[in-house]
Design a protein around this ligand. Structure first.
Ligand code: ITT
Length: 215
């Protein structure tokens, strides 16, 4: 059994589409580290959750990166959803010329074991375009192994889109204002969103590694 440490039922639904193994939600309220990259936050969360649960766990940390705001809210997306709100974030972007944005997501897995050779912990679609993120994710994992901490395996996903006035009833969070290929994520079924989303890409890589790796 795999424990998904999250408060978000929408994330659990999306993860179950990918993993053959039973996924159950673990409600563990840990204090997130303050960091401006998702991989560091997710890796720290996975390690704390593993120390708490003593069994294999994964966490997912995601954020909406708005081009006109130099990537804000990014790692602060949860706080901004709670304070500013999704509709007001759209209103703030409306006067800007550039309505581009991206969702980025990181899945971090920890079972207390060191990992055998495995695929690179990066989104292959982004290789070469996002060198900083690639380097950070790898460095984070290596550093933790070197420090003697529990190793954490990182998988990243990314999807570009456009911020639009809210449309659609599905999904969660910022989905109603994030348009991809003519439809918002809230207008897509979970399967359609998974096929293109940041989380879908990270989960697909995680599932492939989890089911094939010599752990
Ligand atoms: P956990 O941390 O407990 O897993 P969360 O909802 O706080 O749940 P994140 O910190 O990863 O999850 O999410 C940061 C914010 O981004 C939060 O406001 C989410 O609603 C939003 N978000 C994350 N993934 C999203 C997605 O696929 N579609 C829309 N919004 C998303």
């Amino acid at each position: 059994m795999l424990r998904f440490v999250t408060t978000n039922a929408g994330k659990v639904r999306e993860a179950r589409e990918y993993l053959d193994e039973e996924v159950t939600r673990l409600d563990f309220d840990y204090r997130e580290v303050q960091a401006d990259d998702l991989a560091t936050v997710a890796a720290d969360g996975a390690r704390k959750a593993y120390e708490h649960a003593g069994e294999p766990v994964f966490v997912d940390d995601a954020g909406l990166f708005v081009d006109a705001f130099d990537g804000f809210p990014g790692p602060y997306s949860s706080y901004v959803e709670d304070t500013v709100g999704v509709e007001r974030l759209w209103r703030l972007t409306e006067p800007e010329d550039d309505h581009g944005a991206a969702f980025r997501g990181v899945v971090a897995y920890c079972d207390g074991e060191e990992f055998a050779a495995s695929p690179e912990p990066v989104d292959r679609d982004r290789r070469g375009q996002d060198q900083d993120a690639d380097t950070r994710a790898t460095a984070t994992t290596d550093d933790q192994v070197a420090d003697g901490d529990h190793p954490v395996k990182i998988f990243e996903g990314y999807v570009p889109g456009t911020i639009v006035p809210p449309r659609g009833e599905g999904g969660f969070g910022y989905d109603p204002i994030f348009e991809y290929d003519g439809r918002t994520f809230a207008e897509m079924s979970p399967e359609e969103k998974n096929a293109v989303s940041h989380r879908g890409k990270a989960l697909a890589e995680f599932a492939e590694w989890y089911e094939n790796a010599d752990r």
